[in-house]
Write a protein that binds this ligand. Structure first.
Ligand code: ADP
Ligand code: MG
Length: 405
């Protein structure tokens, strides 16, 4: 009997659903699947959502299930009986609980309610709410477009103090590899290969679709400095710190690998960080060959401040860096990332020569529109901000002093 008890200690990652699936598959006919979540305190979307999706699948397919053991946290998150947004009265919380949706109308209602929760509770960077809303629309809709599952599951958590939004969407449908298997244009060899295709721009398994959804998600996450993971079948793909990684885990238990390989998309955004959705979705213009060596894997132009080792302590040489930056902006047709990775502090002279003078000559709007700082710590940002304010106030030989905006 004990064999059929799925003890889960935390809903804090994919292992919880895997344990449930493992137990369900190893059950004898006619047995009862007992699920014990009485000790669970940690409930995160990437644990709760795939667990709820798998459990709902087993219920639907006739398993006898005893969900007696549940902690308050598990009940609060509605893991055993996910909410339906049509029944929501608008007064109880919409975050921190699992929802099941089975129509596009429900998906939209959920997206709107979750967006509202952010709007009302967290001070957000520019564009980040729109970007998150867009990502929710796309990922929720993919369940209808591609999974063949009857419904999808979603949960969002807001960490107000750290200003993070954590979202997970899961289904027990055919999975990404199977959806590509039937595609003439983009067949894939394994689960990880299929995931790598799925996140590329304009790569889709359906001729009528655009192949934008997961590409846009990963771009938004990248620009924002957040992270994301997609798991489907036995594959997983992670994106964090602007790098992709992933693998196939041959021993991962699946409900079944043809009809119910399942797909889970989970991501986190830093709500304080600005994201321009327009920029995230813009097709990069062809880059002049001279800038190619600066490109990262998303075709963005990145200038690494650490390459200017000699100059960051002084004004000497910094003028050339400013000029190089301005030229890179002109040729990129969009914006350039100034990457401070590995830099703990820069001199104020450097900050003044490169960025103070840039703002004096071109204006703050120009800087905001065309230069993004990556990996800059608070000290560096503080030095830069101060240098800009001082330089604009001072003026220089060619530019009169101005009012600080
Ligand atoms: N929930 C899912 N289940 C199965 N396959 C999926 C799912 N979500 C995405 N995919 C696969 O990933 C591909 C890329 O998705 P996406 O980037 O949203 O583009 P599109 O939806 O326009 O095809 C889809 O064409 C599909 O093959
Ligand atoms: Mg899509």
């Amino acid at each position: 009997m004990e064999r059929n008890v799925a003890f889960v200690n935390a809903l804090d990652g994919p292992h919880a659903a895997e344990k449930l699936i493992y137990h369900a598959l190893s059950m004898q006919d006619g047995g009862i699947l007992r699920v014990d979540l009485s000790r669970v305190q940690k409930v995160y979307p990437n644990g709760a959502v795939p667990f709820a999706a798998a459990l709902a699948h087993f219920k639907r397919t006739g398993y006898r299930i005893d969900t007696g053991g549940a902690s308050d946290e598990v009940r609060g998150a509605a893991v055993f009986s996910p909410g339906i947004i049509d029944d929501w009265d608008g007064t109880s919380h919409v975050t921190n609980r699992v929802w099941e949706y089975s129509t596009p109308g429900q998906a939209n209602a959920l997206t709107n309610a979750l967006t509202r929760a952010i709007e009302d509770n967290v001070e957000c960077g520019r564009g980040v709410i729109d970007s998150l809303t867009w990502c929710l629309f796309e990922v929720l809709d993919n369940v209808f477009q591609h999974s063949r599952a009857g419904s999808g599951f979603v949960m969002m958590q807001l960490h107000v103090r750290s200003r993070m939004a954590v979202v997970c969407v899961s289904d027990t449908g055919i999975g990404v590899l199977n959806s590509f298997r039937e595609s003439r244009t983009n067949p894939s060899s394994d689960d990880y290969d299929a995931l790598k295709k799925a996140v590329q721009e304009r790569v889709t398994s359906k001729p009528k679709n655009m192949g934008n959804g997961l590409f846009g998600l990963i771009r938004v996450v990248g620009i924002n400095g957040g992270r994301m993971e997609i798991r489907s079948g036995r594959g997983s793909l992670r994106y964090e710190d602007r790098s992709l990684a992933g693998e196939v885990a041959p021993s991962r238990p699946l409900i079944d690998s043809t009809e119910h390989a399942g797909t889970t998309v989970d991501w986190q955004l830093k709500l304080g960080n600005a994201v321009s959705l327009g920029r995230a979705l813009a097709t990069p213009r062809p880059t002049p060959a001279r800038l190619e060596s600066y490109e990262d894997e998303w075709d963005r132009i990145v200038l690494s401040v650490s390459d200017f080792e000699q100059e960051i302590g002084s004004r000497t040489g910094a003028e050339q860096i400013r000029t190089r930056l301005i030229n890179a902006i002109a040729d990129s047709g969009g914006s350039v990332i100034l990457d401070f990775d590995g830099i703990n502090v820069v001199s104020s002279s450097f900050a003044d020569e490169v960025l103070g003078k840039l703002v004096l000559a071109r204006g703050r709007k120009f800087l905001d529109a065309h230069v993004q700082f990556a990996n800059a710590n608070l000290t560096v940002l503080g030095i830069i901000e101060r240098a800009i304010v001082q330089r604009v106030r001072e003026g220089d030989l060619e530019h009169p002093a101005r009012e600080v905006p």
